[in-house]
Write a protein that binds this ligand. Sequence first.
Ligand SMILES: *Cc1c(COP(=O)(O)O)cnc(C)c1O
Length: 356
Amino acid sequence: MSKTLTQLACQRVQALTPYLSARRIGGKGHVFLNANEAPKAEQYELDCSRLNRYPECQPPEVIRRYAAYAGLTADQVLVSRGSDEAIELLIRTFCEPGEEEILFCPPTYGMYSISAETCGVGMRTLPPLPDFQPDVPAILAELSRGKPIKVLFFCSPNNPTGTLVAREKLIPILEATAGKSIVVVDEAYIEFCPEASMVDLIRHYPHLVITRTLSKGFALAGLRCGFTLANPEVINLLLKVIAPYPIPEPVAQIAAQALSPEGLDTMRSRVAWLNRLKAELKAELAQQPCVQSLFDDHGNFLLARFDSGSALFAAMVDAGIILRDFGSKPMLENCVRITIGDEAEMAAVLDVLKRL
Ligand SMILES: *Cc1c(COP(=O)(O)O)cnc(C)c1O
């Protein structure tokens, strides 16, 4: 019997709903504060003299500079097409489709579930405690039932709540999973609170993996460049799975410049500037009668609960300001996330809030 092209796709792809990124949701506006992007770009230099050649799989200068930045050795670093690719590589490397599963604690970043679904890997979710910390006893109990849980994802600072996973929560999880599972800490926003990194724990826990990105603090979301920090044995396994030429030559050149001493200085002053604007916006939000509560503020965004999240969101749209509405997510009724933009963008947000 003849099938449509869609029917020819494998079952799990037919069942997929693609990730609704801020970009795909779109919206008419002129102030985009919905994707945790940096408000402005830097300039870089490109040398095209070697573009006829295939690039290095793991550009050595990028690896060397990121390792130095992260306080690790080169064999503990993998570079990939954004940290989104790292998330998928980890699932493909460690989970047997249909037999082994991943675990995470929503509300959190959407790509853990998307990647698992794409790979045919089942997932188990557990709600966090009311303070958005992982519920350690519940996680430990979950580990000992059902199909094996091979990869656990924690996001710190968490998108969208801004929460940091407490060390005293992560350590018992690392203790309980040694020799059984991989524990991933997604540090996409760590530049905004570098002292909170768990990277030092890699020495003690060889099954701890940290994912990073140049998309947020480094203001390079368009570059698509991310990193995995882990034990060399884990890095070597991921290298078996990654594409042969995952990092285009221009990406490697720009990443190396962003990770140079001057690039790091630029990143650190941007982060200080955005953290200052975040503190100012937070103080203003706390004064507004329509704001019920504010969440943690460890990333380049603020999540707030409003009297009516949808009314706030709509008022912003009318003013050409696009935020991200999380009202339909577990535990986040009436919550809207605001990316920290530049002074003019933050003033525009406050202007709408004060007139609400
Ligand atoms: C933005 C984001 C990423 C994606 O990073 P890319 O390197 O751009 O793929 C990963 N994790 C979290 C929590 C994020 O918010």
